[in-house]
Design a binder for this molecule. Sequence first.
Ligand code: BTN
Length: 241
Amino acid sequence: MKTELFPVIKFFKKVESTNAFAGPYLENSTLQSNFVICAREQTGGKGRLERDWYSPVGGLYFTLGFPRTQFPSTITLFTGVIIHKVLSSIFPELTFSIKWANDIFLNNKKVGGILTSSNTHGTVIGIGIDCNIKVIPNRLKGIATSLLIETGKKVALKRFLKVILETFEENLKFFNELGFPHFVEYFEKFHILTNKKVVIYSGERQLFGTVRGITHDGALKLETESGLQSVLSADKIDILT
Ligand code: BTN
């Protein structure tokens, strides 16, 4: 399973969070190489803004670890493109979408998410995909779904992970050489928010406008009453029309 980019891959039955688990590996100077931490189940999976990430057996939960490596913030958007490419190749009959900045959608519901963090020791990219999950809890009904629920088909998780790692590796060369601009057209093509009226929540602030694309730096282009703005981050985005 290991690849050139990821020579160390560790599988666990149950961890609190693969992202949290990856922290000490990143800091451990004896482990020089990139690594992957994958778990069948997480007891304390985390999403953005410290939200809980529902992580029962059946989902794919893994973290890519890059000791001593800093990426531009667009690495999250790049990762979304990779997950989208792989899902679209496994399910060519379905149309997956990407929702800026870190969500993967199917049939207007979230099916995957990405959580990147970095510190002086390096970078971790955590990825969660709702694959073979049969039941979505009530609090997430209408918001989240799984591949099994939408397609009736089970995904072979290890095989899926392998294809993601290979696709990530193939494309990272282009990301490192050409940056996110090389992927921006793909992102925009599958971006669920393009030309949608939205409200963007950031702390106490709300910003209304129409999404007009993504900048080469990975910001959201928002046409507002006072002109075109670049939005760098958001807590939540709702589509109005
Ligand atoms: C989000 O959409 O808010 C990001 C979700 C990221 C979830 C993944 S699952 C693997 C890794 N471990 C975690 O605790 N979180 C990430």
